[in-house]
Design a binder for this molecule. Structure first.
Ligand code: NAD
Length: 482
């Protein structure tokens, strides 16, 4: 196949950043106010597409975490705890509406700070954030209907720690159900993407949420550890890597904290020979290349039935060559910047490992920008089940392809990883979709589509992908004593 499948380009269509107000410096959001960190440290957050600094952000230490947990406790025992569920719901509706009003600003800042294409942050992340708050606002005064014949009670103060791949969406997944169930919150965003959580803190203050109900502390792993290990935190909600998740589970093992862990993944997409191939290829591309593969449920493994392998690979490679890689603020961009230099190094290390272990590499011939963190869309074929790239989470735009002859073989191969977060099946027959999906060890299985989210639908994993569910009724129960 000729690699030159595209000899034209879209005209640049960059989103204006005029609406994105990023302050030079951000303090910690504690008890309804922005306050300087007690030890006075700040760290920089940069734009991964250019390497340029965006802002200085406060680093919370143990003393700040103590103050924030105290504020959250006082709000739980005071205003928030005494407020009627209906009134609490009104605050959530207000937050949801304010997010909709300011959605453009949030989308631009998400893209500047995280490197994801503006099309993703504008059309996926921010609308889902607003929907999440709307959805849980509706439940606030209906908990007894959600859990009939039980007496749902809030847990208290929730310590929440989130990653960098969906910064504001993960904050919404954590804060909305916690508040709807009457808990108060101390949330720590990831150190490379703190800005939209801090903008959310501004919005929460504008919404007049009583002081202390939501506290947002920025910092790195040490700050996160101080939040989850705080003795006055009743509920720990963590989304991030399996390594850190294991450490958190050990740390809380001897406590009565309720815990949910949303961890890594190594999702399999299975294409059967009766699938609509063009549609399947588009779904595979969406699942691993859009958002740079920075998705816990990224379809990073592909299993193709042998008799359609040649056709799938031909179409997949052609499609990869047409992907627009570059300026995340450009509305034509499909693949944005890798979130950090460290993550880029990790991805490059895995690509080298794939080659060293004998897999065959194919990379898009796209031109990569000269500054910032970039990785061309990559496919590996000739991959074995034991290859590192087929077993470990890479968290980048790297796909490992294998073949199968029979459905049981596909199921066995798909289940052969330590993870169990998500999967996709592509077939013309509904019965085959249901049959296969019921045998896959995965919290979510998509049929003839991929990466679809809805606040009413629970999300979470098995095995080393963690436990507990976010979204839907399951997401409520994680914050309740039933
Ligand atoms: P990470 O585990 O390195 O960091 C996640 C968060 O934990 C960050 O805020 C970090 O500062 C904090 N942290 C680090 N060490 C800590 C400690 N000892 N105690 C408490 N907090 C600590 O993960 P990451 O690189 O930011 O995110 C990528 C990972 O997140 C991937 O593995 C991905 O699959 C996973 N993820 C899972 C889901 C899901 O729903 N299952 C969703 C998104 C991301």
């Amino acid at each position: 196949m000729s690699r030159k499948t595209k000899d034209w380009n879209y005209a640049p269509a960059p989103e204006s950043t005029a609406q994105a107000k990023v302050a030079k410096r951000y303090d910690l959001f504690i008890n309804g106010k922005f306050v300087a960190p007690k030890k006075g440290g700040y760290f920089r957050t940069t734009n991964p597409a250019t390497g340029r600094k965006l802002s200085d952000v406060a680093e919370a230490t143990q003393a700040d975490v103590d103050t924030a947990v105290k504020a959250a406790r006082a709000a739980y025992e005071g205003t928030w705890g005494k407020m009627s569920p209906r009134e609490r719901g009104k605050y959530l509706y207000r937050i949801a509406r304010l997010i909709q009003e300011r959605s453009r600003e949030f989308a631009i800042i998400e893209t500047l700070d995280g490197g994801k294409p503006i099309r993703e942050s504008r059309d996926v992340d921010i609308p889902l954030v607003a929907n999440h708050f709307f959805y849980y606002a509706g439940w606030a005064d209906k908990l007894e209907y959600a859990f009939p014949n039980r007496k749902p009670k809030p847990l208290g103060v929730a310590g929440q720690v989130i990653p960098w791949n969906f910064p504001l969406l993960m904050a919404a997944w954590k804060i909305a159900p916690a508040l709807a169930t009457g808990n108060t919150v101390v949330l720590k965003p990831a150190e490379t993407t703190p800005l939209t959580a801090l903008k959310l803190a501004e919005l929460i203050a504008d919404a007049d949420l009583p002081p202390g109900v939501v506290n947002i502390l920025t910092g790195a792993g040490e700050t996160g550890a101080a939040v989850v290990n705080h003795p006055d935190v009743n509920k720990v909600a963590f989304t991030g890597s399996t390594d850190v998740g294991k450490r958190i589970q050990q740390a809380v093992a001897a406590t009565d904290k309720k815990v949910t862990l949303e961890l890594g993944g190594k999702a399999a997409n299975i294409i059967l020979d009766d699938a609509a191939i063009d549609q399947a290829v588009e779904g595979i591309v969406n699942g691993i290349y859009f958002n740079q593969g920075h998705v816990c449920c990224a379809g990073s493994r592909l299993f193709v039935q042998e008799n359609v392998y040649e056709e799938v690979m031909w179409k997949l490679k052609r499609r990869i060559e047409t992907l627009v890689v570059g300026d995340p603020l450009d509305k034509n961009t499909d693949v944005g910047a890798i979130n950090s230099k460290e993550q880029l190094k990790t991805i490059q290390r895995y690509i080298k490992k794939g080659i060293d272990e004998g897999a065959e590499i194919y990379q898009s011939e796209c031109e990569l920008p000269s500054s910032g963190n970039w990785c061309a869309p990559t496919v590996f074929t000739n991959v074995s089940q034991s290859s590192t790239i087929a077993q470990e989470e890479i968290f980048g735009p790297v796909l490992a392809v294998q073949t199968f002859r029979t459905v049981p073989e596909a199921i066995e191969k798909a289940n052969n990883t330590p993870f169990g977060l998500s999967a996709g099946v592509w077939s013309d027959k509904g019965a085959r979709l249901f049959q296969i999906s019921s045998h896959l060890d995965a919290g979510v299985v998509w049929g003839n589509t991929y990466n679809q989210f809805d606040p009413a639908s629970p999300f979470g994993g098995y095995k080393e992908s963690g436990f507990g569910r976010e979204g839907g009724l399951h997401g409520l129960s994680a914050y309740l004593d039933l």
